[in-house]
Design a binder for this molecule. Structure first.
Ligand code: WT7
Length: 656
């Protein structure tokens, strides 16, 4: 985040106390904090016992092999059973689990009994296809009910899903399939986006033509109706196969530490990290936070988290948290502006959504197009609003509360990461006096601190680095296939006390404590960008750029952007032009398209500047900080460590 934004944050003095009516009915009570403070592990054990255990646990945390944690390790649990059968057996089979809305306007409401039945069949199908406990299944699907069914079916048989966001390229899909050695891919012919069908199956075909030898079968859900190629002996229609398997399936318990999913996220190097999550601890924290942070009353609330299942938010707050809690929720396939700019608000009115969880980038784009769109719809059902993915600027926070929440709803700004698995820092509605722009307080049972580079607590009024000082139930259990990288990335920065157990988790975010000790997130401190709440690595985009034959060198920075938080800006030195006649603009357009094709549209640079030099230190390290100054239109900072101090004036002249 740049300096002016930090300034605005520091002068934000508005406060929003919970209303007495809200507080009186709130799920979360101040006793939760007291209980967790007096006995943190006991507190988490109590939360875990709210789930169904096939075999009860005695052990809570095993941290002897730190930083590889084991939670509730002697217990056995079935994650899918907790999200399905349990609610049916408790008499809630007729409750709607999913109100699904397709982009073209088709819709389906699926009860817990129906969802359970579908997952049972899908579990039998996976077993029939040879999938066993521990096997990896890649899921590359649009936002359709089958995505949820597929994830739960994989979980039900103790296998491991790796969901790949449908917007990722075939190459990104292939590298994820290969890293996880997936045996099966579940995809669709296509899905709807922005008014037309976008094909998915062709990307799977390309990925598997270029590699991914571990994949034996491809299950294809029919959704887009688009024409697709078919590989006999490998490809199978989801609906045809499901019709042939048994309807009944008994869920058995797996060890609490049985892997549940791998989800790839960007790090500081070009290679995405496969973040590994396991079962019992993950489900405990996902479900607890979903209840407490969103004040969930499952009998009456309608919850809507707008995230795609391809991101961790979709895992924890579309699938596992809400379903473990027996919630009724909305799932929407398409984009917010299709077929009209009020689509989200129309959906909220239609299903009487009471809890909405979305990202600041979405809120800012709604602010831009104007309040008249939400104001055409009845949003009075809303009673809690949540935000996630990046710092929410106070203006967007206020707009969200006033225009969407009718000036009365609590707004919770939730900080967490793919790695943390579930919410870590957030106000609790009904308890916390909210401060727009601040995530505020660690949730009960979570230990967070802001430290300086030497591991010293910074004290109120100061900034530093955000750390988790104690292990937590939903924490990542590692990076798939790379224990060294796991330790280096997260556990070596704050390793001062000499014992592995006292290492602290370094999140990669900067943060500041205000005078009350509340936490204000200040953005990433590493080479990771945050574009529309999605994580992108500068190194990954740089390597996509240099993979193009016309590129000699590339440097990528995240430049602050009014709508998307940050935008990808690339500085590129060309090796040669494709032809004498090619202009810099044409080369830039070509490279933007190339990145989109290599990684996915979300990584497409907003700007590509063709330059003749990059700012480097004497040891050859690119100084991205200076490029960021240029990209954000600021005066260029200290250039004294550059090998050639004149470089920046050349670049600035090229850009402006
Ligand atoms: C990074 C994690 C967790 C779900 C979505 C993103 C940033 C996330 C907030 C927030 C400020 C936030 C951080 C974090 N971030 N939520 N409420 N306030 N920053 O998951 O892709 O793993 O990204 O997103 O920088 O490290 P992710």
């Amino acid at each position: 985040m740049n300096a002016p934004q930090i300034e605005t944050l520091l002068h934000e003095n508005r406060r929003f106390a919970p209303s007495p009516e809200f507080a009186a009915q709130a799920v979360a009570t101040p006793e939760l904090y007291e209980r967790a403070a007096e006995d943190r592990l006991g507190f988490w054990a109590e939360q875990a016992r709210a789930l169904h255990w096939h075999t009860k646990f005695e052990q809570v945390l095993d941290w002897t092999n730190a930083p590889f944690a084991r939670w509730f390790a002697d217990g056995r649990i079935n994650v899918a059973y907790n999200c399905l059968d349990r609610h049916v057996l408790a008499g809630h089979g007729d409750r709607v689990a999913l109100h699904w809305e397709g982009e073209p306007g088709d819709s389906r409401s699926i009860t817990y009994a129906e969802l359970t039945a579908e997952v049972k069949r899908a579990a039998n199908l996976l077993t029939a296809l040879g999938i066993r406990q521990g096997d990896r299944v890649a899921i590359y699907l649009p936002m359709i009910p089958e995505a949820v069914i597929a994830m739960l079916a994989v979980a039900r048989i103790g296998a491991v899903h790796s969901v790949v966001f449908g917007g990722f390229s075939s190459d990104s899909l292939r590298s994820r399939i290969e890293d996880a050695q997936a045996k099966l891919v579940i995809t669709a012919d296509g899905g709807y986006r922005k008014g037309s069908v976008f094909p998915l199956k062709p990307a799977v075909d390309t990925a598997l033509a270029r590699g991914g030898e571990s994949v034996k079968r491809v299950l294809v859900v029919k959704r887009g109706g688009n024409e697709i190629d078919w590989t006999e002996g490998r490809d199978l229609w989801w609906h045809e196969e499901l019709a042939q398997v048994d309807a009944d399936h008994e869920a058995k318990g797996f060890e609490a530490e049985n892997p549940l999913f791998i989800l790839y996220t960007s790090g500081t190097t070009g290679k995405p990290k496969g973040i590994l999550h396991t079962s019992g601890g993950y489900l405990t924290q996902a479900s607890f936070t979903h209840r407490a942070v969103f004040d969930l009353h499952p009998e009456t609330d309608v919850f809507w988290c707008t995230a795609d299942i391809g991101w961790v938010t979709g895992h924890s707050y579309v699938v596992y948290g809400p379903l473990a809690n027996g919630a009724t929720q909305v799932m929407y396939e398409g984009t917010p502006d299709t077929p009209h700019p009020g689509r989200w608000w129309e959906i909220i009115e239609k299903y009487k959504v009471s809890i909405l969880y979305t990202a600041p980038t979405a809120i800012r784009s709604f602010m831009k197009i104007g309040r008249e769109h939400p104001q055409r719809f009845d949003l009075s059902s809303l009673r809690v609003l949540g935000s996630v993915g990046e710092p929410i600027n106070p203006e967007a926070w206020i707009w969200y509360r006033d225009i969407i929440g009718g000036g009365k709803t609590p707004v919770v700004d939730t900080w967490w990461q793919t790695e943390t698995g579930a919410i870590m820092i957030s106000a609790l509605p009904g308890i916390t006096e909210a401060k727009p722009g601040s995530a505020q307080t660690p949730i009960p049972g979570i230990a967070i601190d802001v430290l300086d580079d030497n591991g010293k607590h910074v004290g109120n009024g100061n900034g530093g680095l955000l750390v988790a000082t104690e292990p937590w139930p939903a924490m990542l259990r590692g990076i798939w296939g790379d224990p060294e990288r796991f330790i280096e990335t997260y556990w070596e920065k704050f390793d001062f006390e000499g014992t592995p157990q006292r290492r602290m988790y370094f999140a990669g975010d900067g943060a500041r404590l205000d005078e009350d000790g509340d936490i204000w997130l200040l953005g990433r401190v590493d080479d990771v960008m945050n574009v529309s709440g999605h994580r992108l690595s500068t190194a990954e985009i740089e390597s996509a750029l240099v993979s193009h034959p016309i590129v000699a060198e590339a440097a990528v920075v995240g430049a602050s952007d009014e709508t998307t938080g940050q935008a990808v800006v690339a500085f590129v030195i060309l090796r040669a032009k494709q032809s004498e006649a090619q202009t810099n603009d044409e080369a830039a357009a070509l490279l933007r398209a190339h990145v989109a094709e290599q990684i996915g549209a979300i990584a497409r640079p907003k700007k590509v500047y063709i330059v003749t030099e990059l700012p480097k230190t004497r040891s050859g390290k690119i100084m991205r900080r200076l490029l960021q100054d240029v990209a954000e239109g600021r005066e260029v900072g200290d250039t004294t460590t550059l090998a050639d101090t004149s470089v920046m004036s050349v670049i600035t002249a090229t850009v402006h």
